[in-house]
Design a protein around this ligand. Structure first.
Ligand code: NPG
Length: 369
């Protein structure tokens, strides 16, 4: 396949409510969209999940733009013909940049699957047509506000609740939600907010029958996670630490994690995500699909991934309305606690061009050979 044009577009979407985590508060979502056009005029879309600032991971929107424009797109342009499966190899010499690489690979894959006439879900090996929805709940201004927010999600039908925690906002809010919803699948996410001196404190979370605790310690602290896993009964699930199949295999082998959150952007794309899934399925390690406040473009592709057989826990695959009043695609609506997996060709969705244009801050176009 020959790509004749790459378009990098930065858009800004307001969030329905601020989303606070231990690494900061988001009030709007800045998104970098990638569009590729093949020589036959087939278009592929993808979303780069990097945030505006490097607070969750080292990548950020302007950095990804710079990385793509200076290194990644020129490297792809050197190859006359490319397939999605080759993108990772071509971009391998450039270190890191998983989110930027993932977006380019996904846009190429979307175009390729459109030409082949199959959906991403089929291509990846999905065996479900709908997936259960989990929801991620930010750190709230008060316990009352948290209760209101969680109650609204439970009433809407969400199958699993994830509470963001940090020192000073952990045992009390988790206890409150557990008391109110004793049977609801519940998990917590610390986004690296604790350290090895907090083990005794974190152990108190064991009494709440949580599905898992996500990334309690710093991303490089694999040993610390293994030590914590030894003393907690709550399963540890790594997120930020897992940036590839290799890192997933090592963390599992070292018993630093017993569940894996697969986020395609964080691991370099859907092809690497599928490899992690396949490895975990073989080893009977549960996986679930993480979320990064994606628009419908990224959400559609995540749903395809979450439909694979090893995704046995509900993911952060929420309805579009959880984050956006108006999405750039037809919104994903939750029915009976589930989202339908797109079955159109490629990622199965495309943006509403008029709306997308109205929230566009910049567009750069690179012509292929
Ligand atoms: O449902 O899209 C969603 C959000 C899920 O909490 C969520 N994502 O650490 O997993 C995370 C967190 C996140 C949010 C990460 C923003 C990075 C940026």
């Amino acid at each position: 396949m020959k790509i004749v044009e790459y378009e990098l577009r930065r858009i800004h979407l307001p969030l329905v409510r601020p989303f606070r985590t231990s690494f900061g508060t988001q009030s709007e979502r800045e998104v970098l969209l990638v569009k590729v056009t093949t020589e036959d005029g087939v278009i592929g879309w993808a979303e780069c999940v990097a945030m505006s600032a490097p607070l969750y991971s080292p990548e950020y929107v302007s950095g990804c733009l710079e990385m793509m424009r200076t290194f990644l797109i020129p490297a792809l342009n050197k190859a006359t013909e490319i397939s999605a499966a080759e993108v990772g190899q071509i971009l391998k010499p450039f270190l890191g940049a998983q989110m930027a690489k993932a977006a380019l690979e996904t846009a190429v894959l979307d175009a390729e699957l459109k030409i082949a006439g199959i959906s991403l879900a089929n291509y990846l090996g999905a065996n479900k047509t709908k997936v259960p929805c989990g929801v991620s709940v930010g750190i709230a201004p008060s316990i009352e506000a948290l209760v209101d927010e969680v109650t609204s999600y439970v009433e809407a039908g969400y199958k699993r609740i994830k509470l963001k925690i940090e020192p000073g906002w952990d045992i009390t809010p988790v206890r409150k939600i557990r008391e109110l919803f004793p049977d609801k699948p519940l998990q917590v996410d610390a986004n690296q907010a604790y350290s090895r001196t907090d083990f005794k404190h974190l152990k108190q979370l064991d009494e709440f029958n949580l599905l898992l605790i996500e990334q309690p310690l710093e991303e490089h602290d694999i040993l610390g996670h293994a030590q914590l896993a030894e003393i907690m009964t709550t399963p540890i699930c790594l997120d930020e630490s897992i940036i590839s199949l290799h890192s997933a295999q090592d963390a599992l082998e070292l018993k630093a994690t017993s569940v894996i959150n697969i986020k395609p952007g964080r691991v370099g794309g859907y092809l690497e995500s599928a490899r992690i899934h396949n490895y975990c399925l073989e080893k009977s390690i549960p996986v679930w699909c993480g979320g990064m406040l994606e628009t419908g473009i990224g959400r559609a592709a995540n749903l395809a991934l979450a439909a694979l057989p090893g995704f046995t826990l509900p993911g952060d695959t929420s309805a579009s309305s959880r984050f956006f009043k108006k999405d750039i695609t037809t919104p994903f609506e939750m029915i009976d606690g589930h989202l339908e997996v797109p079955n159109g060709v490629g990622i199965g969705v495309s943006p509403d061009i008029e709306y997308m244009n109205s929230i566009t801050k910049s567009v750069e176009i690179f012509t292929g050979k």
